[in-house]
Design a binder for this molecule. Structure first.
Ligand SMILES: Cc1cc2nc3c(=O)[nH]c(=O)nc-3n(C[C@H](O)[C@H](O)[C@H](O)COP(=O)(O)OP(=O)(O)OC[C@H]3O[C@@H](n4cnc5c(N)ncnc54)[C@H](O)[C@@H]3O)c2cc1C
Length: 608
């Protein structure tokens, strides 16, 4: 494998989609998908794989090395090849293929869309942020909050790739605390039209040379709005104003004033943006005043799942590259022949410690993929199910979103890190892709709400919602899968280990709930990140068992090719490895949390 080749695992992607989730069969009676079948899904997957390998991967390294350029006059130039690649992506209909045909998309199920997204992202993470934000903006605008005329002009252009989208929340004094947002929006005589002033920072795609217009979705507050998140509204602020036919007019006064020099995702322009500094900056309000956070949550939730996909995709590429390298790199001799005078040299994949790393990466990537795709699949099922089933499924999606985002990004980063370790010194150099992947993947734990904020959301809000109703739904799913796995009679140890971990998770949740009820909120929140990791560790263990069961059933059915036997055996070994090597961390976390140590909270310890 060459140093820059992108590696993707279509076999595993197909396994999750068509053998585990059975996306094609599950949706075939849904009218919306009446014309879709496995062949069409395969064609779409192949087309994304083709663009990933042949269009985006070749410009990944140059994007990292050259980054974006800012001319000091508000204009950003993306790295060589990005503009052409965006055009290719748009012509293939892949900017937002999941959007419905009435909005210019193909209307693919979320699960297929996510799989395509994984390939496009894994081949060039920095590039994928531009279409990712356009897609999220289109989805938000297609919701019922938007004035119709605005939606009809903007959404097809975002989906078609002529225009781009951004999300503008962060300000110098308002990062995690979005409610401290100070950008102002003055009403005008035209209903719904405002003039904005302020400055946003860290805005991905704040300007680019790939699309003819950019629609910024900006959080700001009217002058008399209440403090905090209740006073925040959301506005569509175009780079170029446009009329009711969509024809572009004069430049709106929203300009990039600087770009960041970053650790990774260098091809993605991270911009400081000034609004209304030198002239009128027009913004159209979406929804009502004060509804800004509620509406923006549409985009943020999509973006959080998007971060999970990003985490899987980079980790997957790192793991596959490390595997290929380990099959090629000759170093040392096998442990059995070490005492011989001139033992034969072996490839490093023969060394037990390297195999441990390979297995850890494999199982983490494959279970994360399973989790992310299954969340997308629940969204598909929710859209077309009966009302009570819909609430149940959406509740599960809500509960899993911080786990997908945060546990996914932590585990994804660890996998990228381990891949560097497998390469040894070469992994630390820019010669191989794992070094860039590691840098690119760090952002996942920071943006779209830091992992710390996600953990507080999980523990403080989602675990408590409906007196633990979401958690009970997850327990129900967990138990159903464990029963199914028991029926194979070959995963007994793994099921028992998962049952223990599930119970420890439940006890820990009760313990933390108890701290909350005693009024010790600090003590409870101190444990929110370990709790998220504990929950995520159990969830991925469940996915390892789920996949192991499907693999055993496939082997039992017979008629399996040699390549598939190896693949399915790998899934069964995943379940075994996870239960013995990774799941015990859940026990350790449960004990650590319940030990209730609060030493770091002692007043004075960290105060200046
Ligand atoms: C490359 C890049 C791209 C970005 N793209 C966008 C974008 O497109 N649009 C956009 O709006 N923003 C974007 N951001 C901003 C990003 O979302 C913020 O950086 C992030 O929300 C954290 O805010 P902050 O950097 O101000 O950190 P802070 O909020 O200052 O947080 C610093 C640390 O304190 C912790 N912390 C803060 N408050 C609490 C609390 N109450 N309880 C516990 N811990 C807390 C955090 O978890 C973190 O560890 C981007 C950032 C980067 C680096």
């Amino acid at each position: 494998m060459s140093a820059t080749e992108y590696s993707l695992d279509l076999r595993d992607i197909r396994f999750v989609l068509f053998e585990q989730l059975k996306v094609d069969e599950a949706l075939k009676n849904v009218p919306k998908y009446a014309d879709f079948d496995r062949d069409l899904y395969e064609t779409m997957l192949e087309s994304a794989a083709d663009i990933a390998r042949n269009v985006l991967a070749p410009i990944n390294k140059v994007g990292d090395r050259e980054g974006c350029k800012f001319d000091g006059k508000g204009n950003v130039t993306t790295p060589p090849g990005f503009k052409e690649a965006y055009k290719t992506l748009a012509e293939a209909g892949l900017v937002a293929a999941g959007m419905s045909p009435e909005h210019g998309g193909v209307g693919l199920p979320h699960a297929i869309d996510v799989a395509m997204h994984e390939m496009l992202t894994g081949s060039n993470t920095a590039f994928s942020i531009y279409p990712g934000l356009s897609r999220a903006a289109a989805n938000l605008l297609a919701s019922h909050y938007t004035p119709e005329w605005l939606r009809d002009i903007v959404v097809p252009r975002l989906v078609g790739g002529q225009w781009g989208g951004t999300m503008c929340l962060t300000e110098a004094g308002a990062g995690s605390a979005v409610g401290d947002n100070r950008t102002r929006a003055e009403r005008t005589e035209v209903e719904g039209l405002y003039l904005l002033t302020g400055e946003k920072i860290f805005i991905s795609g704040g300007d680019n040379d790939m699309t003819e217009n950019i629609c910024h979705l900006v959080l700001a507050r009217a002058p008399d709005a209440p403090a905090g998140t209740r006073g925040i509204s959301i506005f569509l602020v175009p780079k170029f104003n446009f009329d009711e036919t969509g024809t572009l007019g004069e430049r709106n006064d929203i300009y990039v004033v600087g770009i960041e020099h970053k650790m990774g995702i260098n091809g993605s322009a991270t911009c400081s943006v000034a609004l209304g500094a030198n002239g009128p900056c027009k913004g159209w309000r979406l929804g009502k005043e004060g509804q800004g956070m509620e509406i923006m949550f549409h985009m943020m939730n999509e973006a959080r799942i998007g971060v999970g996909i990003q985490a899987v995709s980079t980790a997957s590429s790192s793991w596959l590259n490390a595997l290929a390298y380990s099959q090629d790199r000759v170093q040392g001799s096998s442990i059995e022949s070490m005492r011989e005078s001139d033992p034969p040299r072996v490839t490093i994949n023969q060394h037990p410690d390297v195999r441990r790393m390979l297995m850890t990466m494999k199982v983490q990537v494959e279970t994360m993929r399973s989790l992310v795709y299954s969340v997308a699949n629940r969204l598909d099922r929710a859209e077309h199910g009966a009302e009570d089933e819909r609430d149940y499924l959406l509740g599960l999606v809500e509960l899993m979103t911080p786990i997908v985002k945060s546990h996914g990004s932590d585990v994804g980063f660890d996998v990228c890190c381990m891949a560097v370790q497998v390469y040894g010194g070469y992994g630390y150099t820019g010669e191989y892709p794992v070094e860039q992947n590691l840098r690119d993947s760090k952002i996942n734990s920071i943006y779209e709400g830091t992992n710390g904020i996600q953990a507080m959301d999980l523990l403080g809000r989602k675990m408590r919602k409906g007196n633990g109703a979401l958690f009970m739904s997850w327990l129900n799913e967990c138990n159903l899968e464990l029963e199914a796995a028991k029926a194979t009679k070959r995963l007994d140890d793994e099921v028992s280990a998962l049952e223990r971990a599930r119970d420890q998770l439940g006890q820990t949740a009760m313990y933390l709930g108890g701290l909350g009820m005693q009024g010790n909120l600090k003590g409870a929140m101190l444990q929110s990140s370990p709790f998220l990791t504990l929950f995520g560790t159990v969830v991925l263990g469940l996915h390892a068992i789920w996949q192991g069961r499907i693999a055993l059933e496939a082997l039992d059915a017979g008629g399996v090719s040699a390549a598939d036997q190896k693949f399915y055996r790998g899934k069964v070994l995943n379940a075994k490895f996870y239960a013995k090597n990774i799941l015990p961390k859940a026990t350790a976390l449960a004990k650590t949390i319940q030990a209730g140590d609060e030493s770091c909270l002692e007043p004075g310890l960290f105060e200046a």
